[in-house]
Design a protein around this ligand. Structure first.
Ligand code: APR
Length: 253
């Protein structure tokens, strides 16, 4: 039966209401580049995505850093400039509203800071943060990047060249264990704007309970994503997430 508050939006979902008396207050949100697309930040694998213009091996890998660090710094400088000029969109803002009713934890694959700038309080960045830099030798030496440029000759306190504080292909994902625990504890799981192409991030949803209600917002979401108890919204995040948030507040708080 559709719940008492069917969304005005094309929610392709058919779900029972929250179980009476069962606290369902921890919402875990896995986001990808798609949630920032309407803020003007390119995704990676869409038709005009970053990886259609660059080979990731040449700009986002330890080998590239070793071979031509200046080109890598320039690639991230351009993306950092784009992030600074971008603003959070309605999807980021809607997730902040959710915090008035639920314990919301965001696991983002994005290196932008739009969730934080929107006001989200509990965000972990699986793939790092573009507005931070770190020592090339000691990953614990992390610094904010003032402005949009990080250049050759900018050094950490250990004297090494500063590099972007992001996870390159082939590097470990240090926040993954924390993300797994968050998914395990989710009462509701949202997946927003990710192609679920890159591991281990793409496996996180599998750690959520099989009977946990899951919602996948992505205009290209395909039904072959065989996730149990999944409801798909094949819409852009900027329009679908505010509606999904209203639905969750009306039916699960
Ligand atoms: N709203 C919602 N989803 C959108 C929108 C939008 N307005 N526009 C695009 N999308 C969807 C696309 O359909 C696609 O499924 O966002 C997804 C973007 O997928 P990718 O470009 O693969 O980005 P992502 O899944 O975040 O990539 C994961 O890959 O290259 C690495 O480190 C990089 O963190 C990145 C990781």
């Amino acid at each position: 039966m559709f719940s008492k508050q069917p969304c005005k939006h094309k929610l392709v979902l058919y779900t029972e209401k929250a179980k009476p008396g069962v606290m369902q207050n921890r919402i875990v949100v896995l986001t990808g580049a798609g949630i920032s697309a309407e803020s003007g930040i390119k995704t990676f694998r869409d038709d005009d995505g970053l990886w259609k213009h660059y080979r990731f091996e040449e700009v986002a890998s330890p080998e590239a850093w070793h071979k031509h660090p200046g080109d890598v710094l320039e690639f991230y400088n351009q993306r950092r400039k784009n992030v600074i000029e971008a603003e959070p969109n309605a999807a980021h803002m809607a997730l902040v509203n959710l915090e008035d009713y639920f314990d919301v934890k965001i696991i983002t694959q994005n290196v932008d800071d739009l969730h934080e700038r929107a006001g989200s309080k509990d965000v972990i960045h699986l793939h790092g943060e573009i507005r931070k830099a770190r020592s090339s030798n000691d990953p614990s030496l992390i610094y904010p990047v003032e402005g949009w440029e990080l250049n050759m000759g900018d050094k950490a306190e250990d004297g090494s060249q500063l590099r972007p504080h992001v996870v390159w292909f082939g590097e470990p994902v240090p926040m993954f264990d924390i993300a797994i625990e968050m998914a395990r504890e989710a009462d509701i799981l949202l997946i927003i704007g990710t192609s679920l192409n890159v591991y281990p991030a793409a496996s996180i949803y599998q750690f959520a309970g099989k009977d946990v209600p899951k919602f996948y917002v992505d205009p290209e979401a395909n039904k072959t994503v065989n996730i149990e108890n999944l409801k798909i919204m094949k819409e852009k995040a900027g329009t679908a997430v505010p509606d999904l948030v209203t639905y969750l507040i009306d039916n699960f708080k």
